[in-house]
Design a binder for this molecule. Sequence first.
Ligand code: IMP
Length: 204
Amino acid sequence: MRKFDGKKLVLASHNKGKLREIAELLAPFGIEVISAGELGFEEPEETEDTFAGNARIKAHFAAKESGLPALSDDSGMSVDGLDGAPGVYSADWAETPNGRDFPMAMQKVWDALETKNAPEPRTAKFCCTLCLAWPDSHDELFEGIVTGRIVWPARGEKGFGYDPMFLPDGETETFGEMEHERKQAMSHRADAFRKLVSGPFKDL
Ligand code: IMP
């Protein structure tokens, strides 16, 4: 596994919620972090149907454009009663002509479960694939998950995306209700990050 030995890393995401969480997870490593948005990069089209495929597209695009190593995150919520949907299409389910609407996307998830009369508990998982790519096209992938169930009505104002409708296993608060630090300790992103830290970032 290739080690990260630079001082600067591009975060290949335009999602504010992800950027905040990844920047915080990276903070202890003393790496200078710049986002793809700050560098004026477009968002490449996510044309793959796997988290790994789309994570690769984003990280390689940012690494090539910047000439620096780049870290991307492709993630989403997969609901068992919906055969894994919205999954890699989690952001798409929120699209409207006026931007992303997550209360609407959460309602869609709930309505789809009701329409299918999906059995309780309505289990789900958040998945995250991190891709660390270098300008010479080498990359390393790290996958993380957190399992839980769907609750309705959605609860809490914290977090982002589908957080208010996701109750992690063993918890009483949804990701939308719990303190940010608690989500950061148990999330799919934190799980993938632990693997990154024990690999390319090991001796930093
Ligand atoms: P993408 O990785 O850019 O395709 O977008 C992933 C989408 O999944 C985000 O826009 C969110 O809707 C959702 N998602 C990913 N991670 C989280 C999370 O930690 N909480 C809530 N929603 C998330």
